[in-house]
Design a protein around this ligand. Structure first.
Ligand code: ZN
Length: 338
């Protein structure tokens, strides 16, 4: 079968089998990958502020979604988990993430650490490296790819040579790493994970952000160079993470009034961690971060508000700010009566 169902103008979808629907989405949502067949499955579920849109998209194409598989637990990948789980889908995710979610560990999803809301969910199926999952009508192999997060995984379909890589790489960059939380080896782990993925030599690379790369080999070559740079330059890796986290914060808040930017940043655990890694005072690092992002054009000032410049979808659902952080989630077993 050829010619995956096209929900975008991406030319890469021409290389997908007909039982795959790919939807490219701008930030703050991860791309959607819907696998049709007897066990319809969705890979990643977007940001919580767009959960209803995500569920409507999936349900319009598959009435009985059997499973959602998360590549990792960042808020832009698990946002509709709660809603889809309440309508009967099982949630599958890496075993490290599943364990922490079962304990309602305050660090879950990095929701509180990154100040990004995530609606409560539980993992029904913890996944191990090498495990084979039937998604749609095809068997996909779980490839543990720690680095961007410790529980990050990729999904490999050997017959069609499809590789869903989450945030491990995209057509234009690699996932940021958190050296403060995950240790100084996080960048080296990410590099090893990338090498493992490159060795699979996929025909089609399906990243969670951006387009399907036209040349998977070239995308890997670029990503491996960037990942090596994060290993060689830990300070650069800290800067890279801080820029990505702050841009995301601005996207989901529709910007911040300029007067609130510094107090906002100084109240964030990720910022004080980054400042410590760089041996700077948090106040100094916050100023430097905003200045550097203004200079590079990553953020812009408009009518007294600081906005992220990158293309992103507006988040209008104010109710999402009432979503509790994981430390206040109901205990597992009470969520959605499961
Ligand atoms: Zn991520």
């Amino acid at each position: 079968m050829t010619g995956g169902r096209q929900d975008s103008t991406d030319r890469g979808t021409e290389r997908l089998p007909a039982w795959v629907t790919w939807q490219r989405r701008p930030f703050p949502d991860a791309n959607l990958l819907l696998l049709h067949g007897r066990r319809p499955a969705l890979v990643d579920s977007g940001f919580v502020g767009h959960a209803e849109e995500t569920a409507a998209w999936a349900h319009a194409r598959e009435s009985g979604l059997a499973m959602v598989v998360n590549t990792h637990w960042h808020s832009d990948h698990v946002g509709a988990n709660s809603l889809l789980q309440s309508s009967g889908a099982a949630i599958a995710a890496g075993a490290p993430d599943a364990g922490a979610l079962a304990r309602r560990d305050p660090g879950c999803c990095l929701a509180e650490y990154l100040d990004q809301p995530v609606a409560p969910y539980t993992v029904d199926m913890p996944l191990q490296d090498g495990q084979v999952l039937r998604l749609g009508d095809a068997d996909w192999q779980v490839v543990s790819t720690p680095g961007h997060t410790p529980g990050h995984l990729a999904l490999w379909q050997p017959e069609e040579r499809l590789l869903a890589v989450g945030d491990a790489l995209s057509d234009y960059d690699v996932g940021w790493v958190n050296l403060a939380l995950d240790g100084p080896d996080a960048a080296a782990l990410a590099l090893n994970s990338l090498r493992r993925l490159a060795d699979l030599n996929p025909k089609v690379l399906l990243p969670a952000h951006g387009p399907i790369p036209t040349d998977p080999g070239a995308a890997f070559a670029t990503a491996l160079r960037r990942a090596q740079r994060l290993v060689d330059d830990p300070a650069g890796a800290v800067w890279y993470g801080a820029r990505r986290i702050f841009a995301f914060a601005l996207m989901i808040r529709d910007g911040l009034p300029s007067a609130e930017v510094e107090p906002y940043l100084l109240a964030r655990a990720w910022l004080t961690d980054a400042a410590r890694q760089l041996d700077r005072k948090p106040e100094d690092f916050a100023t430097e971060l905003v200045d550097a992002m203004l200079r590079s054009g990553a953020v812009v000032l408009r009518a007294g508000r600081l906005h992220a410049a990158a293309e992103h979808a507006p988040v209008t659902a104010r109710s999402l700010w009432a979503v509790p952080f994981p430390r206040a989630w109901p205990a597992q077993g009470t969520v959605n009566d499961r």
